[in-house]
Design a protein around this ligand. Structure first.
Ligand SMILES: Cc1ncc(COP(=O)(O)O)c(C=O)c1O
Length: 254
């Protein structure tokens, strides 16, 4: 296994040149929400796509987190790149425990009963989560669903940036669709994991405590810059209410 930093096409070139004939697959989060919210650069994605084609390496998108957050076809639709295989989770079940993997027919046909690769598990294809997943995906395809997600996202991420500015708290908000990251003490664009570790962990912990004291829940990743978000039920009025409360919370930090 070769581990590479995000958004470094030069290192992709180097690695494929060195190890291309030994690589089976390249896997990544197509939108790197586990580092808050980091988008792949066009150059990085194009290089990765071309190198995997050239070297016969499977391209796998881990969309456990990114699926359905910004488009009904997930990050692959948003970015316009179709991988060979992908994993889907979380939003795919609409709140029920469901995970899915899928991909090109010639690969999926390798699974039994059509192929020679065994895949089974206690809850695989359980009818209740599958029914919930189908209902969720139908809801995501309703006209206007992503207009609403994007309107709340714009209000929330812009509003949060303004709250930090108003109170002189150095923090950067990066978001796409229903999920976002906050990086305290960081002013430039966050492009990879190494950028996120420059974020001020203690400030994040104080922010989370202040936000929760005002009734706005943020998940605590031990202060690390990871992803936050909202659900489809959140209205613009809810976003405004959250922002008012966060204004009070951030005032305590400054
Ligand atoms: C991008 C991504 N992939 C995989 C996983 C783990 O999935 P599972 O719990 O099904 O192993 C997570 C969990 O948060 C995730 O964010």
């Amino acid at each position: 296994m070769v581990l590479l930093p995000y958004n470094r096409p030069d290192l992709l070139e180097e690695t494929f040149n060195q190890h291309g004939d030994q690589l089976a697959a390249a896997i990544l989060e197509p939108v790197y929400y586990n580092a808050g919210c980091v988008l792949p650069t066009e150059d990085f994605l194009a290089t990765l796509f071309c190198l995997t084609r050239e070297h016969g390496v499977l391209l796998i998108f881990d969309e456990v987190l990114s699926a359905f957050r910004m488009a009904p076809g997930g990050a692959q639709e948003f970015l316009g790149v179709t991988p060979d295989l992908c994993t889907l989770g979380k939003a795919v079940g609409g709140g029920f425990p469901l995970s899915v993997f899928g991909g090109k027919a010639h690969i999926m046909e390798r699974l039994m009963p059509t192929g020679d690769c065994q895949h089974s598990g206690t809850y695989n294809g359980h009818p209740v989560p599958v029914a919930a997943g189908l209902a969720a995906v139908s809801a995501y395809r309703e006209p206007g669903f992503y207009d609403h997600i994007n309107a709340v996202a714009d209000r929330l991420y812009q509003g949060l940036t303004e709250v930090f500015e108003r109170h002189g708290v150095a923090a950067r908000v990066q978001g796409l669709g229903a999920r976002f990251g906050i990086y305290f003490g960081v002013s430039g664009k966050v492009r990879n994991y190494r950028d996120t570790v420059k974020h001020h962990r203690e400030k994040m912990l104080s922010f989370i405590a202040a936000a929760i004291s005002k009734g706005v829940y943020f998940h605590d990743y031990g202060g690390a810059a990871c992803h936050h978000g909202f659900c489809a039920a959140m209205s613009l009025a809810d976003a405004d209410e959250a922002l008012n409360r966060l204004d009070d919370a951030v005032r305590q930090l400054s």
